[in-house]
Write a protein that binds this ligand. Structure first.
Ligand SMILES: [Mg+2]
Length: 384
């Protein structure tokens, strides 16, 4: 059988988790992190090519894995893996389109689509960025992920100092505790590191409209470069109201699904920092459509990235292929086994705070399947 036979013969989904040690229980707007979850998708073709992708866990990893291994698998097995547009459309028509914009289906198909692009790259021997029409170039990264959470300002400064020592020139602070303590932490970081540091902020939907009104003058004064998700994704009215509170631009997108929700986000003009997540918004195929819309509106795209080395690698590839790339979200969380152990080639940040796409075919890395078997899902919420 030739490896050129791209017919999909199997789809396997691994829901996987590991507990976080007490020193990694970061507190942020959605609670205290107690474990990390992910869903890793493996697609096999008749010719023996294997593609890997990541679906976001949706806080119920078994559910997403089940959807992948039942309904989506039954729709997709037998299709040509290179036909990403056709497969996406088939799932959309049969699942997402007819039954509404369900986040679960969008997350499940995201990992499947990422795996299909991995196969496309492996089939022709090209890295993903080249397949998407990009080139290898330095992509500025910021220190993000589940880090820099609610803590004493002095401790926060010390954590930030360690991240900046690696090379990062930008970092993201967690807001959504309360306006007073949030602003004290932002001011402490600005004072400690001076005007050149790029400070981003993320409330993880922890604010009321009144909270956003209260913090905005202080964020303006500290020259914060964006305020991310002050409100839940569907609360368009509050975003529209908060836009006038100050100069700091509003960011959102990690919980917006498919080009259809981004179409509204862009057209309403309250959010100008767009953060689609490749493991949530519909995969690489859908991300590129969102990016094309953003390009027409001259809005940069800063992909949200969680949780494993698969999504990190894919995010850097797509950034290297955009005409308007924003930041790569570096994951500076402590002890992320999905980043450091599960994949063969974790990304690296250089002394200028930049990353580059991997050069191997497809995503450019392999997954340790034994790791997935040894780290089965831990049911329950990952933030308490
Ligand atoms: Mg966020």
């Amino acid at each position: 059988m030739a490896s050129s036979d791209l017919k999909i013969v199997d789809i396997k989904a691994y829901p996987t988790s590991f507990p976080l040690a007490a020193d990694s229980n970061v507190r942020l707007g959605i609670g205290r992190a107690v474990k990390k979850d992910a869903v890793v998708v493996k697609v096999t073709t008749a010719g023996g090519l294997i593609g890997w992708g990541e679906s976001h866990h949706a806080r119920a990893p078994s559910t997403i894995a089940k959807l992948l291994e039942t309904t989506l698998k039954m729709l997709v097995v037998g299709e040509d893996a290179s036909n990403v547009q056709g497969i996406w459309q088939k799932i959309y028509v049969k699942q997402l389109g007819s039954h509404g914009m369900g986040a679960g289906t969008s997350m499940a198909m995201s990992g499947l689509d990422m795996a299909l692009w991995d196969i496309r790259g492996k089939a022709v021997g090209w890295p993903l960025y080249k397949l998407l029409g990009g080139t290898s170039k330095p992509i500025p990264a910021y220190a993000g992920g589940i880090s820099l959470g609610f803590q004493d300002p002095a401790a926060l400064v010390e954590e930030a100092r360690a991240h900046l020592a690696v090379g990062y020139k930008a970092l993201k602070l967690r807001l959504g505790d309360n306006p007073k303590d949030d602003l004290a932490r932002v001011a402490a970081i600005r004072k400690a590191f001076g005007d050149d540091l790029i400070i981003l902020s993320d409330a993880n939907t922890g604010y009321s409209v009144a909270d956003a009104r209260a913090v905005m003058p202080g964020l303006d004064a500290s020259n914060v470069a964006w305020l991310e998700e002050p409100f839940p994704a569907h609360d368009y009215r509050s975003y529209a109201e908060a836009k006038s509170f100050g100069r700091v631009p509003l960011a959102a997108g990690e919980n917006h699904y498919t080009r259809f929700e981004f179409s509204r986000l862009i057209e309403e003009k309250a959010v100008t920092i767009l953060q689609p997540d490749l493991s949530k918004t519909g995969g690489i195929t859908e991300f590129m459509k969102i990016a094309a819309m953003a390009s027409a509106y001259k809005l940069p795209v800063h992909p949200h990235s969680s949780m494993t080395g698969l999504n990190f690698a894919a995010s850097i590839h797509v950034l290297a292929s955009l005409d308007h790339p924003g930041y790569f979200e570096g994951d500076v969380s402590k002890n992320n086994l999905f980043r450091d152990v599960m994949v063969s080639t974790p990304y690296k940040v250089d002394a200028n705070g930049c990353v580059r796409p991997l050069e191997g075919p497809g995503l450019g890395l392999e997954v340790d399947e034994d790791f997935l078997i040894k780290h089965p899902v831990i049911e329950g919420p990952s933030y308490v």
